[in-house]
Design a protein. Structure first.
Length: 127
């Protein structure tokens, strides 16, 4: 019985540690550019700007424009295929950093509308 309790406590500690690694705050494009670090930027798809994806030319290159919470618009480059129904996303969280003036995303998380519940779709870069 004491072994079981210790095992459950250890499992709980491991879950807390792994969950705390993803409890990061969101940044704006300006903050990420100033810091030079990798961070999560939350925003919305800038639907008035073009998206670029050509599956025949390069199936692992997708570019789009995103507006962050401060209203700043930047082009985001993801080295992965364009997610299905990307245009329908209500919110986008792009994890990445700036290389010069270009925001390179290592992953994007989309919050998509659903009739019954909110769904989140995670896309990771092939880098």
């Amino acid at each position: 019985m004491p072994v079981l309790i210790l095992a459950l406590m250890a499992a709980g500690v491991i879950m807390l540690i792994s969950a705390s690694k993803d409890m990061s705050t969101y940044s704006t494009f300006s903050q990420v550019k100033r810091s030079g670090d990798t961070a999560k930027v939350v925003g919305v798809l800038a639907k008035d700007k073009p998206m670029y994806y050509n599956a025949e030319e390069n199936p692992n290159l997708f570019r789009f424009y995103m507006t962050d919470q401060q209203g700043e618009v930047h082009e985001v480059t993801l080295q992965a295929a364009k997610p299905q129904d990307f245009e329908l996303s209500e919110q986008v969280v792009a994890t990445g950093s700036f290389v010069g003036d270009e925001f390179i995303a290592s992953s994007i998380l989309m919050k998509c509308p659903s009739k019954y519940k909110n769904e989140e779709v995670l896309v990771r870069s092939n880098m």
